[in-house]
Design a binder for this molecule. Structure first.
Ligand code: PAF
Length: 280
């Protein structure tokens, strides 16, 4: 039976008691509106751990003033039903006051991998993410936390924070789950109209093109241009398309593992995706 917990202190007590009993705890932080991508994280956590906690909290501090915080889908009942069918032990759904008590004045600022790309386009976004993730890690002191590779930059930021602040948790990055035409699953896909949904497939096409050209040893600047073209041809307003060092997100060095990153808008909806590129 899954237990729904709202109170951070109660959540922490449950996890600490389970740890004392020798159980291994896996944690999947989410903002709800769960889809197959989230469920794959839950499955991996259930495979690796004895008990799984899924948190559901739409975090206001990671949204910019003109972003979609108000309209972000909130589907707690449906999410709970979906999770009840899985082998998880706790759903943690704190409210805003529990996460940001009156007088709250502390933020976690990550530099390095938080600075380019999403960090430039969405100022303050990763400060909001790092802050809420650190708070959640205090409330859910699990052995391991599971994040999707779709938000590649977010995984780098969380790993940097955990390393720099010596947070005792293992970060596990799980593969992106895709629709049948390749579109990366995202709660924001629900915003897309039929025509925008058709356009959105340009992101995965652009990554496919990037990989083909990369394998053919084409110069990175040319690949980035080809990526942009693929997006623009389908009417996507491009925010960035780049190939960078997969860990630091800085320009490639000869020893780098490479990642292709892409972001753009179909209508009003922002979409991001990425692909790790093979060694060449
Ligand atoms: O990836 C998300 O859903 C969010 O950024 C996270 C990690 C739950 C923090 O609010």
């Amino acid at each position: 039976m899954v237990e729904l917990i709202h109170d951070p202190a109660a959540m922490r007590e449950r996890v600490l008691a389970a740890r004392m009993a020798g159980r291994r705890i896996g944690f999947v932080p989410t903002m709800g509106a769960l889809h197959a991508g989230h469920m794959s994280l839950v499955e991996q956590a259930a495979h690796d751990c004895d008990d799984v906690v899924v948190s559901i909290f739409v975090n206001p501090t990671q949204f910019g003033p003109h972003e979609d915080f108000e309209r972000y889908p909130r589907t707690l009942e449906a999410d709970c039903r979906l999770l009840e069918a899985q082998r998880i032990r706790w759903i943690f759904a704190p409210d805003r006051v529990a996460m940001y008590p009156p007088g709250d004045a502390t933020r976690v600022v990550v530099a390095g991998p938080a600075e380019p790309f999403e960090g430039t386009i969405r100022p303050g976004h990763f400060t909001g993410v790092a802050t809420v993730v650190l708070k959640l890690f205090q409330m859910v002191p699990a052995h391991a936390a599971y994040f999707g590779a779709k938000d590649w930059q977010q995984t780098r930021v969380v790993m940097q924070m955990v390393r720099d602040l010596a947070v005792p948790i293992r970060i596990v990055v799980c593969p992106t789950i895709r629709e049948s035409d390749g579109l990366a699953m995202s709660s924001r896909n629900a915003y897309l109209s039929a025509s925008e949904r058709a356009q959105a497939v340009a992101l995965v096409q652009c990554l496919g093109r990037a990989e083909d050209l990369w394998r053919a040893a084409v110069d990175v600047t040319e690949i980035e241009l080809a990526m942009q073209e693929t997006l623009k041809r389908q009417g996507i307003a491009v925010d960035y398309s780049a190939i960078v060092d997969a860990e630091s997100l800085t320009p490639l060095r000869p020893t780098s593992d490479a990642v292709a990153l892409v972001a753009g808008r179909a209508g009003m909806t922002r979409l991001i995706d990425n692909r790790l590129l093979p060694a060449r």
